[in-house]
Design a binder for this molecule. Structure first.
Ligand code: AVJ
Length: 332
């Protein structure tokens, strides 16, 4: 399945429709395979990228507004207070390529700080978010060409030729934390190949801190984080003919100190059997399905990781509270 980059909000030609349908069928088959493998294997797991269907993306947006969830606010504050310094260190950049752009709200701050930018390529799996983000951004940035790209940024093989000149990559929100260290290295290697020589890369990284702050960020009082996890079961019920009873699964967030990461699970609250795509899958009470990692790094740990993929750390910004960090990397 080579090409996961389906550009695009442009053409409505029959060809584009056909390839759109083919991509959708491939995505469905891939989801089915991953869910069956993940639920029948041991330990049980479901890949976190499937959390972001339409409703999942909405719920994540709600998470970013919670009192307990500090990363989005901390990163926004860093972009606000250090935007000019970041722009100065970036130097000339013609094209901004954002991996997992979501609503693009934070990116607007970066775009404002950079002058001379002429193209913005937001990449996201959610087409509706891309459309909405482009419509929101365009009026504020008259001279900017916006070229949204629907796709899975972890598997992109090339950038479209609209990505001209000097490139700046942006990977915000500590999304890289979803990946294991090996996967993160592979991602950074791929990004190096996509962005090319002399490019720069701004990466948001959540910092290591007390579990007293970390746990509530992933298990909030209102239960939005729980709804976000459980929505994956709703998606399986809808798309894969499943019959998960959402009242019989609980959301668990634990901090694994040794690995430096939050681990999120859906825990079976009873002995039960669930049907997915005609298959019976048994769960014992207390049995867990792993759904997400959120790795936390120190500044030096992340710079060392980036270096293994050929990226040199130019500068890192952390706020007064030391909650979050922005790293500017350069490829050379
Ligand atoms: C989107 C991966 C950055 O790890 O903080 C938040 C995902 N999951 N609450 C994170 C998430 C549950 C989030 N990232």
């Amino acid at each position: 399945m080579g090409n996961d980059i389906s550009s695009v909000l442009a053409g409505n030609s029959p060809d584009a429709d056909a390839s759109q349908a083919a991509l959708q069928a491939a995505a469905h088959a891939e989801f089915a395979q991953a869910v069956l493998d993940g639920l029948t294997g041991q330990p049980r797991s479901l890949p976190s990228r499937f959390l972001y269907d339409e409703r999942g993306s909405e719920l994540f947006e709600e998470i970013t507004k919670l009192d307990e969830y500090y990363p989005t606010r901390a990163e926004t504050a860093l972009l606000q207070s250090h935007g000019a310094d970041i722009a100065e260190h970036v130097g000339d950049a013609d094209t901004l390529v954002e991996f997992g752009s979501g609503s693009s709200r934070k990116t607007s701050l970066l775009i404002d700080a950079l002058d001379g930018l002429d193209t913005y390529i937001p990449i996201d799996v959610s087409e509706s978010y891309l459309t909405e983000a482009a419509e929101w951004l365009a009026p504020q940035h008259d001279d900017l060409t916006i070229k949204p790209l629907v796709g899975d940024f972890t598997r992109m093989e090339a950038l479209p030729d609209t990505a001209r000149g000097q490139k700046l990559g942006f990977f915000s929100g500590s999304t890289i934390g979803n990946l294991t260290r090996d996967e993160a290295t592979a991602f950074l290697l791929n990004a190096a190949q996509l962005l090319g020589r002399d490019s720069t890369f701004l990466v948001g990284i959540d910092l290591k801190k007390s579990p007293d702050i970390l746990i509530p960020a992933y298990d909030d009082a209102e239960g939005v984080s729980a709804s976000f996890s459980l929505n994956l079961l709703t998606r399986i019920n809808r798309e894969l003919d499943g019959n998960f009873d959402l009242a019989r699964f609980g959301h668990r967030a634990v901090y694994n100190e040794r690995e430096g990461r939050i681990e999120i699970y859906l825990e079976s609250l009873a002995d039960q059997s669930v049907r997915v795509l005609g298959r019976d899958i048994a769960f014992a009470e207390g049995e867990r399905i792993h759904t997400e990692y959120s790795h936390k790094y120190s500044v030096s740990e992340f710079q060392a990781l980036a270096a293994t993929a050929g990226w040199r750390g130019m500068k890192a910004w952390t706020g007064d509270e030391g909650l979050f960090s922005l790293h500017l990397l350069r490829l050379n």
